[in-house]
Design a protein around this ligand. Sequence first.
Ligand code: F6P
Length: 333
Amino acid sequence: MKKIVTIERFILDSQPEHAIGDFTNLLYDIALAAKVISAKTLRAGLVDILGRAGSTNIQGEEQQILDIFADQVISKLCDHTGRLCVMASEEHDDIIPIPPSYKKGRYVLVFDPLDGSSNIDVNVSTGTIFGIYRCLEWENRGRLEDCLQPANKLIGAGYVLYSTSTMLVYSTGSGVHAFTLDPDLGEFLLSHENIRIPEPPSYSSANFSYFEKWSAGVRAFADWLQTGDEKDLVPSERYIGSLVADFHRNLLMGGIFFYPGQKGMPNGKLRLLYEAGPLAFVAQQAGGYASDGQHPIVEMKPLTLHQRVPLFIGNRSLVRKAEAFIQELDGNN
Ligand code: F6P
């Protein structure tokens, strides 16, 4: 039997000596929220909460009850701890301020509470994505500006995958580590330490039904993926349509996920702050790379909370190849 390491133990052991524990405790809070959301998603097919909540979020997408539940679990677990000065969630139009009755801390939490939630009705994996920043100025902490930081300023980021197992995968800037929830113990146990995206990549993941709407460069890249330079090394296509699940598979097996801009949606669908940024940070920590087709995602400062961005993420070799096709055929800007 391997050594059993709980997430609490691992986080505590990774805490620098001088730390006061706020960041460590914030990671615990996220792990606890993940357990609560996991318990609820597991029962989604059993209890009478399936179906639409009847409201739409700022992107005009239908919210489902579990999205709202997940959003509230995270915000309510984190708003009163004195560790955060502000939050931003994909489900809220504006920033989520810390209620005036609570102390404001120095950290900023951005999150997509339940990504891929349209998959819930058909029992397909979903995920939570999160990123943690430091506030920009202590005296003025808790402003919109604190949330609008590029991913290279993240001090921690990760995701929770609700699937056959629930896994929490995160990085605080020294490697990527994954923890699998033991449902009997209610504990996340270290299952994958220091993940590196393997070479050669096994998979490519994109919604090929948009092929005709992609730019010439993206179409050429997609064609190249089918033929490759050497026929034997062509990655297989796998697309779940649930970003966390697609990303997670490619992180462990090697591959590229891409959701480019398309006719009528020049920036694609995914959000820079809640989706592309935190996953770009994780990919980079695992030796991978993320780009909008021209620029590294981690260098892009969001101008608005819900800004969308084209995303190419996974093995550096494949993302660079996509950039090369785009530069050659679509030009650069
Ligand atoms: O952002 C929501 C989301 O469900 C992602 O998880 C997923 O990658 C994407 O949308 C799927 O979009 P589409 O149905 O257009 O392929």
